[in-house]
Ligand binder design. Structure first.
Ligand SMILES: [Zn+2]
Length: 222
């Protein structure tokens, strides 16, 4: 996992190798980002060995590394898992000519070439062994977080449910300009952070600085 905007979480799960949020390959989020393939090479991990890529939503920093600029899949044997609501929204022609055009362009560039390898999950579904989808709409229409369990332990991957450990985590009712529907996002954030705090489930957040993990407490939630 890496800080500064394009974090990566690579987990060896029970029956397969999955990347949850493979991140952007571009430098759009700063000079320390866009290093996934190089980091995998340094770690001795062959992209062809990746079986699954799990995406919380279709923004560039969550799907931007699925294909090269030429439309060639970086992970030739991987299935791509995402919500159909998010897929359909960002690839809809209606996004063209709107302020969301750039998001739509990046989603098209990365998801269209692998359309026959995309699998849609539904809310509450354990769509891969040990990975369960939890709908968390607001940041984007089909934004989803994931409970990941293996060997009797589990954590919840928060995607973009919260972008900042203070501004949006200690104060989950703050509305965030980059959310598709900020008020819906607040509802999801309060509901799910409250649930995770009550369950004492460890969490991992995509945009937090290293290590980006911990456990929520309810003192400031709600
Ligand atoms: Zn996002």
């Amino acid at each position: 996992m890496k800080g500064n905007g394009t974090t990566m979480d690579l987990r060896q799960l029970r029956y397969f190798t999955a990347i949850v949020e493979q991140g952007s390959f571009s430098k759009a989020f700063g000079p320390t980002t866009g290093r996934l393939l190089k980091s995998m090479q340094e770690a001795g991990i062959d992209p062809a060995s990746i079986d699954a890529i799990v995406c919380s939503h279709a923004h560039i920093d969550h799907t931007g590394g699925i294909c090269s600029a030429e439309g060639k899949p970086h992970f030739p044997n991987a299935q791509i898992y995402i919500s159909q609501v998010d897929h359909d929204y960002w690839l809809d022609d209606a996004r063209l000519g709107t302020p969301f055009k750039a998001f739509g362009d990046h989603a098209r560039a990365n998801l269209r070439p692998v359309r026959d390898r995309i699998v849609f999950f539904t809310d509450g579904q354990e769509f891969l062994p040990g990975i369960t989808a939890i709908s968390a709409p607001g940041h984007s229409p089909g934004h989803t977080i994931f409970n990941v369990s293996s060997g009797g332990k589990s954590f919840t991957f928060l995607g973009d449910l919260t972008h900042h450990p203070v501004l949006l985590t200690e104060n989950p009712r703050v509305e965030f300009a980059y959310d598709w529907d900020p008020k819906m996002s607040v509802q999801s954030r309060v509901k799910l952070l409250t649930m995770l705090a009550e369950q004492k489930t460890p969490v991992m957040s995509y945009h937090f600085a290293w290590p980006g993990s911990g456990t929520h407490r309810n003192s400031k939630v709600g």
